[in-house]
Design a protein around this ligand. Structure first.
Ligand code: NAD
Ligand code: TYD
Length: 341
């Protein structure tokens, strides 16, 4: 491997929400590392996120599709580490169009693994989700040993990808690590996801579409805490291992809705209860004691504080999401809510 201060990281999906935040985090913390951002710029990819570093000689953007080995191989050549974020990531879209999720999340990951093996890449880190474990009732938490039980096309495609990553370790000796993280929040999240959708709707004085009674529970983690976990796994994680990463902040959707309403000084009348998501997982919660014990990681951002900062970011960066909401995304949103209220 190149000397530590010359590490070259191949990041897939770096123009999306978590990839963007991770690139900004790594470039600040490790100014000597080189970063290749490989992204096909789907509806969710946005290079405006990375304007502040686009002229940095340590950073390079390459437009390419992870499903296309002819684009992947030349871009990955010469890199030390792969950090694989690229995916179709929205559960509601996966219900409307499972095929795209199967293609990108499963076949795309397979292409990356095959090329990484050919190039003898030193580390392949795969970003996964707690949704692969299915849903919890009121008790218990997911651990690295929880059996997989995905229930949406999105989580099934991520689960299949996780299995392939482990296959490349066991069968072909590719040096992999995997992280399964809970729901992220923070700046640059595409405004179809719960928190940025509700924030941007309220700023525009529109109602917020709460699924069912809003009693489903998610564990929320600030995206910077996710980045710090990935940083540790890359530098100190054990090859072949999986790490569960959580934010220690379980909330019902209604609790979060009320916090967002309060921040924007709006009342309950702005809540529109809409038909529930098909197969809506009831609860996710993560036991992150393995990464805490083995790598000394724990989340640092307090949820209420992190949420308030995030809401301020959406208030201060209205151009960012208004461009998105008035563009191609508008059609999806209209289709999605046509028959739901
Ligand atoms: P996102 O939808 O914001 O970004 C995905 C990025 O991948 C986009 O930039 C898109 O252009 C790119 N992409 C999609 N298909 C591609 C392809 N075929 N080739 C190259 N690039 C492609 O997603 P996100 O929320 O940033 O999630 C990133 C990763 O983290 C995903 O793997 C997701 O499953 C995982 N994850 C997300 C969360 C969350 O709360 N958002 C939680 C746990 C895990
Ligand atoms: P989301 O951000 O789509 O993440 P995920 O489904 O991957 O957890 O949704 C978070 C929670 O918010 C989930 O329980 C569904 C709910 N939700 C709503 O109530 N209304 C909405 O418009 C959206 C997008 C989500």
């Amino acid at each position: 491997m190149t000397k530590n201060n010359k590490i070259k990281i191949f990041i897939t999906g770096g123009a999306g929400f978590i990839g963007t935040n991770f690139i900004l985090y790594m470039m600040k913390k490790y100014p000597d590392y080189q970063i290749i951002n490989f992204d096909s710029l789907t509806y969710a990819g946005n290079l405006n996120n990375l304007k502040s570093i686009e002229n940095n000689p340590k950073y390079k953007f390459i437009k390419g599709d992870i499903c296309n080995p002819g684009e992947v191989k030349p871009a990955m050549t010469g890199c030390d580490w792969i950090v694989h974020f690229a995916a179709e990531s929205h559960v509601d879209r996966s219900i409307m169009d499972p095929d795209t999720f199967v293609k990108t999340n499963i076949l795309g990951t397979n292409v990356l693994l095959r090329v990484a093996k050919e190039l003898e890449i030193k580390r392949f880190h795969h970003i996964s989700t707690d949704e692969v474990f299915g849903e919890l009732g009121n008790e218990g938490k997911f651990t690295e040993k929880t059996p997989y039980d995905p229930r949406s096309p999105y989580s099934a495609s991520k689960a299949a990808a996780d299995h392939l990553v482990r296959v490349y370790f066991h069968t072909f000796g590719l040096p992999i690590t995997i992280s399964n993280c809970s729901n992220n929040y923070g700046p640059y999240q595409f405004p179809e996801k719960f928190i940025p959708l509700f924030a941007s709707n309220l700023i525009e004085n529109q109602k917020v579409p709460l699924y069912g009674e809003g009693l489903n529970i998610r564990d929320w983690i600030h995206v910077d805490d996710h980045s710090s976990a990935l940083d540790l796994i890359l530098h100190k994680g054990k090859i072949g291992e999986t790490y569960c990463v959580g934010g220690d902040a379980e909330k019902t959707n209604l609790e979060i809705t009320n916090l967002i309403l309060k921040y924007f000084k709006k009342g309950d009348e702005m809540i529109e209860k809409v038909a529930d998501r098909a197969g809506h997982d009831f609860r996710y919660a993560i036991d992150f004691s393995k990464i805490k014990k083995e790598l000394g990681w724990s989340p640092k951002v307090n949820f209420e504080k992190g949420l308030a900062e995030t809401l301020k970011w959406y208030q201060d960066n209205q151009d960012w999401w208004k461009k998105i909401k008035s563009g191609e995304y508008k059609k999806y949103y209209e289709e999605q809510y046509k028959n739901r209220s």
